[in-house]
Design a protein around this ligand. Structure first.
Ligand SMILES: [Ca+2]
Ligand SMILES: [Ca+2]
Length: 456
């Protein structure tokens, strides 16, 4: 039986948080005007690209695909009366990405209660919150450690996986979505639904064929997971006939009584499905790196830059023990971002001193936006107490504010702590400004280390 009558949509309403990024851009534009032609920063030397992100194949995809037939669909679950669809959808997508090799059930309570946001389980959430929680190594934890819906969430649990790469597939790129489902597992996506109760009538949903299509202007208010597709799903199956055939197979979090054992079909012509699409492409064992240095527990909340496609950003940290710096993690805020990663170790003196004498440690290109963890070509030995920095130069075609930041937009939704960071921004890699002081933000740039005992 259901726990409650009314189902919260699970979303925060119009643009409360997630792509507040876009809204913040305008606010945070500052600094120098775009460079005149001929004033571009000098080209840096290129390192060999030894590492690439999870790369998608090229072979043709089938006309239909159903994850359930290949043991790649996780358990259907029931969010009950809480607004937790966003967490169910992220964790189901994550579980699906591990299947069929590894079966896990992750805790929605933990994701929705032990994150860095001030929202109760009744208040909804969205994918940027799940990304922030996972990438900060706040989770995932197992469902058995923190069962759902009991109003409790134990403190002190640690992540059983390290999520290091999340690709955001382009809006309405159905080929990319299908490929991700086929090669990597469920894709978290969102739609608008007016269904609030099981068995409720909706003019967008045909309960006989489990077929949903909404083609109006409402914004998405519900998250689900795309786990398959059928290019020939008949348009006649929908209550209001769309332009053509074809639908995604989606997994819902309304229990097995909904749809076909918890699954339903969403038309290719639905206005929201496939607009925001998250694929968990890098899920590593919890001991893949030992230590994470970060200042952005709330994740990607806004963007900054100098009104040009290229920007330099750096976070300075202090090594806790003897460690080896292994990798850096950051967001590509749009497609086709290229990057160069530099490391400055044994920093002496205050402020940005030493940042401009860093050595190139990795470079490459990222096709989709999202979060990427790039291993350094050679690990850098750190001693306890040493100040060190990773510096990233990114070029994002079409962007005016290419660097992702943690920033308090004033909505009260996020617990933004600016005291945990020492970040620097530069248009040329030479002259730096301290972002906590000049822009009230932290930079989204994580650094990962291994402990000394493991490499000696
Ligand atoms: Ca619990
Ligand atoms: Ca912070």
């Amino acid at each position: 039986m259901r726990r409650g009558g009314v189902r919260k949509s699970g979303w925060l309403g119009a643009a409360a948080l997630c792509m507040a990024a876009a809204a913040l851009c305008g606010l945070l534009w500052r600094g120098k005007p775009p460079a005149e032609e001929g004033e571009q920063p000098p080209e840096a030397p290129k390192a060999e690209a030894a590492w690439v992100p999870f790369s998608w194949g090229k072979e043709p995809l089938p006309e239909s695909y159903d994850s359930r037939l290949f043991g790649r669909a996780p358990q259907v679950r029931d969010q009950g009366s809480f607004g937790t669809c966003w967490a169910f959808a992220s964790l189901a997508a994550l579980e699906s990405s591990l299947l069929p090799q590894e079966e896990a059930e992750f805790s929605v309570d933990h994701m929705s209660l032990q994150n860095s946001f001030n929202l109760s389980q009744d208040q909804g959430g969205e994918y940027s919150m799940s990304m922030a929680y996972l990438l900060a190594w706040q989770g995932p934890v197992l469902e058995s450690e923190d069962p759902y819906g009991d109003g409790l969430s134990p403190e002190g649990l640690s992540a059983c996986k390290h999520v290091q790469e999340i690709q955001i597939l382009p809006s309405k790129d159905y080929e990319a979505i299908k490929r991700a489902v086929y090669e990597k597992g469920g894709v978290q996506s969102s739609l608008y639904t007016d269904l609030t109760q099981l068995g409720q009538d909706s003019r967008f949903y045909n309960a006989d064929t489990n077929a949903y299509c909404y083609d109006g202007p409402e914004k998405a208010n519900h998250d689900s997971v795309i786990v398959g597709w059928d290019d020939h799903f008949p348009k006649e199956n929908f209550r209001e006939m769309p332009e053509g055939d074809g639908a995604f197979l989606c997994m819902n979090s309304w229990g097995r009584e909904f749809g076909d054992q918890g699954y339903f079909y969403v038309s290719y012509y639905d206005s929201n499905i496939g607009v925001s699409n998250i694929s968990y492409t890098g899920i590593w064992p919890f001991d893949h790196y030992d230590q994470i240095y970060q200042t952005d527990l709330c994740g990607w909340m806004g963007q900054i830059g100098y009104g040009q496609e290229t920007v330099w950003f750096a976070n300075v940290y202090q090594a806790q023990t003897e460690e080896k710096l292994e990798a850096a993690g950051f967001y590509a805020t749009m497609e086709n971002t290229s990057y160069e990663i530099y490391v400055a170790d044994r920093l002496e003196g205050e402020g940005s001193k030493g940042l401009s004498e860093a050595s190139l440690a990795a470079s490459g290109q990222l096709r989709y936006s999202g979060f990427y963890t790039v291993p350094l070509e050679e690990g850098i030995q750190l001693t306890a107490g040493e100040r060190f920095a990773v510096i990233v130069r990114i070029t994002t075609p079409g962007a005016v504010h290419p660097a992702a930041i943690e920033y308090d937009g004033g909505s009260g939704v996020a617990h933004v702590d600016l005291s945990d960071g020492e970040g620097y921004l530069s248009s040329d890699g030479q002259s730096w400004e301290r972002v906590e002081e000049t822009m009230n933000c932290n930079l989204c740039l994580k650094e990962y280390t291994s402990l000394a005992s493991e490499f000696e």
